[in-house]
Ligand binder design. Sequence first.
Ligand SMILES: Cc1cc2nc3c(=O)[nH]c(=O)nc-3n(C[C@H](O)[C@H](O)[C@H](O)COP(=O)(O)OP(=O)(O)OC[C@H]3O[C@@H](n4cnc5c(N)ncnc54)[C@H](O)[C@@H]3O)c2cc1C
Ligand code: FES
Length: 278
Amino acid sequence: MTPAVHRVVERREETRDVTTLMLEPVEGPRLAFRPGQFNMLTAFGVGEVAISVSGAPREEGPLRHTVRDVGAVSHALCQRQVGDLVGVRGPFGSDWRVSPDCAPGPILDVHDVVVIAGGIGLAPLRGAVHELVARSHETGGRVFVLVGARDPSQVVYHDDLEAWDREGAVVLVTVDRGTPEWRGRVGLVTALLADAGFDPSSTAALICGPEIMMRFSARALVDSGVDASRILVSLERNMQCGLGWCGHCQLGPFLLCRDGPVVPYSGVVSTLLNERER
Ligand SMILES: Cc1cc2nc3c(=O)[nH]c(=O)nc-3n(C[C@H](O)[C@H](O)[C@H](O)COP(=O)(O)OP(=O)(O)OC[C@H]3O[C@@H](n4cnc5c(N)ncnc54)[C@H](O)[C@@H]3O)c2cc1C
Ligand code: FES
């Protein structure tokens, strides 16, 4: 339960209200993690919140987290400057099952992997995309990165999107509302599915974003012929202990800090997500 003290060694303002913090431990080596896992970050004197690791295991250097300023703790984290201290407890939870040391996941025996991100939902997926793009050079598989944002100013990780595109991934970005300068697509992220060009009979999907977006995206994938058991979603609930002790993160039979945040869309998760709509 005791956070390891880390120092901010770099910060990047991704958008008006989204900041990436690069952290190095004051003592000891960088924490090991798998893409999709989260840490509990402490802004000392303010509080602790769950934030996904947005780094990639293959990337050298500091531990990376991307934070949207939505309330007291996330605001305090976004205000942290180079040299300031932050507490890190973790990593916790399940992962996208894309790194070599993971339990076998749905991407193992498919040719295509579709990654769908809504807004800052790209943060928990960033490490997975890095891994998938690197792996596609070895396996010949294809990676499709479909990103939706409210407007052009909310698109994060421009450099990564360009790099993944250069490295052979299909990268498509759409916004709900365009601006006079925006030359890209306008519309919901689900509209990108039809144009992407993946083979539904040999596709796995990783989805992270607002719940309504994950629900519609998963349903559209299933309707197009993708096997529901090959679709993973990342679910967020209020986290406190991160260790399966307090029950704050319960969703149906799951404690999401332990059994999630990344869970298969099929079965009980699909029922729970779709029931919330009624
Ligand atoms: C597993 C997991 C991974 C996460 N990864 C990230 C991440 O990488 N980057 C990031 O910025 N945030 C992430 N979050 C969300 C983050 O934990 C919350 O935004 C944070 O708890 C807000 O705390 P606060 O004190 O700043 O705001 P609060 O005062 O607690 O909340 C401010 C507003 O945000 C809403 N809110 C609080 N928590 C959530 C939530 N989980 N989802 C949606 N709305 C919420 C509240 O209802 C309120 O309207 C993650 C959450 C979980 C459970
Ligand atoms: S956060 Fe305490 S049980 Fe999940």
